[in-house]
Design a protein around this ligand. Structure first.
Ligand code: SAM
Length: 278
């Protein structure tokens, strides 16, 4: 990487900027009181700068270095290249960053993974509404749930969730690339939302799930609260996050309206997680 370094800043060297661009600069940057002009090949410049040939920077590697494993209760969420850093006492939950939300670095994801980790999921049926990277559905599946479905309205999330399921060693059911065998049963991902067709079976009249987790936002929880209620068995667990603290009254109101009980709130910075029983 060829760099022409001049004393001064973008402001103090304003009159030289055109000269640098015309000489073929591909970019200009101000760093530590010096102006840096990047070139693909040397240029003839009658300015008071100096040429340096610097090693190319691997932005991808630098960015990857910035990602660290995240502890969320009994799970540690980590990108696949840091799998070895997960302490042996923790359940590894491997998620590679991509197009879908949910690497564990957001407080809401972490809160939801922690809340799932506090439940005994063995033999339970879990619905993840807004599954994104698949992180919450995967936490439920790795936590022993019998049947897990992750639904997301955004189709770009589906390949990401499938890839993350594979990262966690889950095998796809032959002919069904979005359905995986787990130690406790099965995990599926689908594009859709809380509509009987998207759930693949059952309907609002036939409650199907023991646990529903959704990391959306308060206004959507308000809209969907009736649908949450409809797909849950009596005495089931609801876990909602993506809620800004100042929107908590909206969610409290929606849960009261739909008859949810034992409402409890966990706060983390500006974010909140709400649990309730149906
Ligand atoms: N579950 C992941 C997590 O906790 O990190 C991702 C949560 S991300 C904040 C919300 C996801 O919900 C997005 O992937 C978005 O596409 C999806 N979404 C938004 N509205 C939805 C809806 N009505 N039904 C299903 N998914 C929805």
């Amino acid at each position: 990487m060829l760099v022409y370094v001049l004393p001064g800043t973008l402001e103090t060297r304003e009159t030289d900027l055109d000269v640098l661009w015309e000489a073929g600069a591909t970019g200009l940057e101000e760093r530590a009181g010096r102006l840096r002009a990047y070139f693909d090949s040397p240029a003839d410049l009658a300015l008071d700068g100096e040429w340096t040939d610097e090693p190319d920077q691997d932005w991808q590697a630098d960015w990857k270095k910035g990602l660290t494993p995240v502890t969320a209760g009994r799970f540690t969420i980590a990108p696949s290249w840091l799998a070895a850093e997960v302490p042996p006492t923790q359940i590894p939950l491997l998620i590679d960053p991509g197009m879908a939300f949910g690497t564990g670095h957001h407080a809401t994801t972490r809160l939801a993974v922690e809340a799932l980790g506090q439940l005994d999921l063995v033999g339970r049926r879990v619905l993840d509404v807004g599954s994104g990277s698949g992180v919450l559905a995967l936490a439920a599946a790795l936590g022993g749930a019998a049947q897990v479905l992750g639904l997301d309205i955004d189709p770009v999330t589906l390949p990401a969730a499938i890839e993350n399921a594979q990262l966690n060693g889950l095998k796809a059911v032959p002919g069904m690339p979005a359905r995986f065998e787990t130690s406790g049963g099965s995990l599926s991902f689908a594009v859709g939302s809380l509509d009987p067709d998207d759930l693949g079976h059952g309907s609002a009249d036939e409650p199907e799930y023991d646990v529903l987790v959704a990391n959306l936002f308060a206004e959507l929880h308000d809209l969907l609260a009736g649908a949450y209620r409809a797909v849950l068995h009596p005495d089931s667990q609801l876990i909602l996050t993506g809620i800004l603290q100042d929107r908590l009254p909206l969610v409290r109101g929606a849960l009261a309206r739909e008859g949810f009980t034992q409402v409890s709130e966990t706060l983390d910075g500006e974010w909140a997680l709400v649990t309730a029983r149906s």
